[in-house]
Design a protein around this ligand. Structure first.
Ligand code: SAM
Length: 350
């Protein structure tokens, strides 16, 4: 089944988010020991419901979560259609264990995470994720809390340099941070266009450059505003807690910071990591996950051709063993310490 098969009544309409690597996700689920029965699945990133819909069509039970109120609103059609099989909850996937307990859902046969933003979020200028369209500098998936504008206008310059360097992998982070601070001293930066313009003016852009110079700055701000790395780390531990023996954790990521975390987590839990200074050595007898082969897939050439979002996607998965879940020790990820998001809210912010 190709991506184009997922159409019709997916949440929000047929021309919206195209699910990435869905065939591979379904193939991994088909391999679970319990696959001939009705699987209990947690879709931690409901989005436009592309994955959930495919799971429901196969007769599985789904607990779906999304932090974006728009995704929950647009998902109501699917909830009505599959009222006995789909529970859709607004929340963060780091809370999936609590959400599942409250919903009386668990232990589960599969947890699926499709990390990042949806096409709907990127395409709507008013959400402020994109430098391609002018909009308010927002970037909050949950539509509440500290916005990208709050960060850009309130963060100390050295903290901004660190953030852009570490989360955006921006090599000229100090130049960009200095330019942003100079600009905001004139007046607060509140739109995506203005921020993209400052970055472009600072870094320059050669004709024919495929990647906009503001890409890395926008990525860094988005990851920071949504605390995406912390969310992912906590979700991996929560999944370890929720999955039954033989259950599968499947994670699709779109950039190296996240993929590295997932890789480290699985190697740590499978007792196969070698010589990382961040990871305590684990005895293979205590492994909570079993890995198969190289443990990851990329999108097929055909999918990458049809859907540019799929080009950078990487799917990793592991199968839960019978061992008890282990400590949720975030230090295994070696995440950088950055400014505290909560302190950056502008007075009068939401
Ligand atoms: C790439 S889209 C998922 C698309 C989905 N698989 C589909 O086929 O339609 C990612 C979704 O995850 C949501 N999301 C991102 N981080 C989240 C978090 N920490 N908790 C809950 N939802 C999150 C976003 O709001 C977005 O709707």
């Amino acid at each position: 089944m190709g991506d184009s098969d997922i159409s019709g009544d997916i949440a929000g309409g047929s021309s919206r988010h195209v699910p990435v690597m869905l065939n591979e996700v379904l193939a991994v689920l088909d391999g679970t020991p319990a696959s001939s029965t009705r699987l209990r699945l947690v879709d931690g990133t409901f989005g436009a419901g592309g994955y959930s819909k495919a799971f429901l069509e196969r007769g599985h039970l789904v607990l779906a979560i999304d932090r974006d109120p728009d995704a929950i609103r647009d998902g109501q059609e699917l909830v009505r259609k599959y009222q006995d099989s789909l529970t859709l909850v607004k929340g963060t996937f780091s809370d999936m264990a609590t959400i599942a307990t409250l919903a009386g859902f668990g232990p589960v046969d599969g947890v699926i995470l499709d990390i990042g933003v949806s096409s709907m979020q990127i395409d709507q200028a008013e959400r402020g994720f994109s430098f391609q369209k002018d909009g308010p500098l927002d970037m909050r998936m949950s539509q509440s809390g500290v916005s990208a504008a709050d960060v850009v206008n309130n963060i100390a310059q050295p903290d901004l340099t660190r953030l852009l360097g570490l989360l955006g992998e921006e090599r000229r982070a100090s130049h960009v941070a200095r330019a942003i601070v100079r600009e905001r001293d004139a007046s607060a930066i509140t739109t995506t266009d203005r921020l993209a313009g400052v970055v472009e003016k600072t870094l320059g852009r050669k004709p024919g450059d495929k990647i906009h110079p503001a890409t890395r700055t926008f990525q860094a701000l988005r990851i920071f505003v949504n605390q995406e790395l912390e969310e992912l780390g906590k979700a991996l531990f929560a999944a370890e807690q929720l999955l039954c023996e033989g259950g599968r954790l499947i994670v699709v990521t779109f950039h190296s910071l996240e993929d590295r975390m997932v890789k480290h987590f699985f190697r740590n839990r499978a007792g196969t990591q070698q010589g990382s200074r961040h990871l305590p050595l684990v005895n293979q007898d205590d492994a909570t996950f079993r890995l198969e082969g190289k443990g990851f897939f990329s999108a097929s050439r055909e999918e990458a051709q049809n859907n540019p979002r799929a080009r950078s996607a990487k799917l990793r998965w592991g199968e839960r063993t019978s061992k008890d879940f282990r400590n949720a020790d975030m230090s295994i990820f070696g995440l950088p310490s950055l400014a505290s998001l909560a302190t950056l809210q502008s007075p009068g912010g939401q």
